[in-house]
Design a protein around this ligand. Sequence first.
Ligand code: M6R
Length: 618
Amino acid sequence: MCGIVGYVGRRSAVDVVIDGLRRLEYRGYDSAGVALVADGPEGGLEVDKRAGKLANLEGALADHPLPESFCGIGHTRWATHGVPSDRNAHPHLSADGRVALIHNGIIENFAQLRAELESEGVEFESDTDTEAAAHLLGREYAVDGDLTEAMTRVCVRLEGAFTLLAVAADDPDTVVGARRNSPLVVGLGEGEYFLASDVAAFIAYTTDAVELGQDQIVTIDRDGVTVRGFDGQASEGTPFSVDWDIAAAEKGGFDTFMRKEIHEQPAAVADTLRGRIDESGQIVLDEVRMSDQDFRDIDKVFIIACGTSYHAGLVTKYAIEHWTRIPCEVELASEFRYRDPVLDRSTLVVAISQSGETMDTLMAVRHAKDQKARVLSISNTVGSTIPRESDAVLYTRAGIEVAVASTKAFLTQLAACYLVGLHLAQVRGIKYADEVSAVLDELVAAPGKIAKVIEDLEPVRQMARDCASAQRVLFIGRHVGYPVALEGALKLKELAYLHAEGFAAGELKHGPISLIEEGTPVIAIVPSPRGRSLLHDKIISNIQEVKARGAKVIAVCEEGDRITKAHADLVITTPASPTLLAPLLTAVPLQEFAAELATALGRDIDQPRNLAKSVTVE
Ligand code: M6R
């Protein structure tokens, strides 16, 4: 939700800031804006901001370039308070025009602050929560002309989640940032420093970074970086080095990031598994502040997550309950803390979040910790808030995922979740020892099979184009095929803006079957005909039921599954796999199906409307 960049150094600030915003646009694209401090003794703030995508701002800056500057801030917005418009775009200025402020998050007490400021005669120009903080900052800056001190005094008055960056008209050498419950990292160059929501913004210039903690204020100038707490005491961030480079943040010859990321899945899954299974076949977690005895004491597992990550959790439930015999519930993080779940020391909460910053999941984690539950997180973002606040973490190694629609994040989450399930099983004593060791072998073989699925996607693209005029597309599955159906529908909804729904195949006859009309595409996720053939038989019956009502059935089934071929109108085949691991393969054609159908409808598949990649508000 909103991307922010700050820069001080020797390069053109507008170039660095716009370049950074381009890489952060996945976080929101309702409007974009910059504020630069003009170089020279006079200083002065130069602001331009435009509704719509970054391209609008870039066009405006090309027509009316801003004066030379080496210090500035920039913002790309996902609107919360106030419609997307030039007026509501960031930066916001203080009443005296001496400071400019950008913000990611929500200032929950903004109405009270606004009323207070208005009663003192301040006139607001926008509908945002941010503007109240800009006016407060301007007022405090006027006291002593020290932007860091002013920011410190303002932050203690704010409630909610915020990352703030500010510059002042008469200080062409300083950017001040503050962070609570929203991400902010520092980039360390030589004689130049960066502040951003995500390292992607400055990866073209440096891989040396510092992660800031909760309630910290950071000041960058040409001489370096200083960090203090909201209490004014000197503090420090945590240095780290970014282990990917600029090429990873580019499209690399693909037309969209999403297509590039679909193709990166075999390597991403292989990376996620690499080194996690030691010579004795034991699973290795990254950071564990839990003993084996803590894991043995677990008698209940809750998985909490949102969106695609929630679907990875649904698959994991089947695996954990089967391998460990521990009851496992999966819950939408946004619902979890509002229904008073029964948690205690013997509950393991598994929080899945690609970004590690999703506010709904973070708040659920905090609730679980308040109730004394243990929290193990699965995240793609090293050092992000959710892993930092967890008792144990397993990082997925998907690399940066830029497209708003999750693809490689989903598959790597599945891989990591399987490892967690197997770890739990190993620590507690394995019931199905032979099966678990076979599953480990199959997991290691999965990247090769995913690559095979990706090689064979052309027929899927044709099927997608043929469905472009459909009113709706339904997805059905059983067992782990059910969460895959949900994920296929989510991808299609978010990318194509088309009515798509996933159902447990057995539920259709309890209502949703009435949605089917002549020609309605139904995509059926068919389990392997081997082993669990009862499951296979049941979904064949469901296919017959929908066909009898006019549906056009596209089945995703295992290679060599002749029965399904005989019943479906079209088939997409995937290599043979154990049932529990099949989602690693069956999800892939559904990603491509959604991308291609959306492309046929002329949608922007990397940046679908109304969405943002990292959802840092509740
Ligand atoms: O960063 P997270 O994994 O916590 O994000 C959760 C969801 O917002 C995310 O999975 C979303 O549903 C996907 N972008 C959809 O493709």
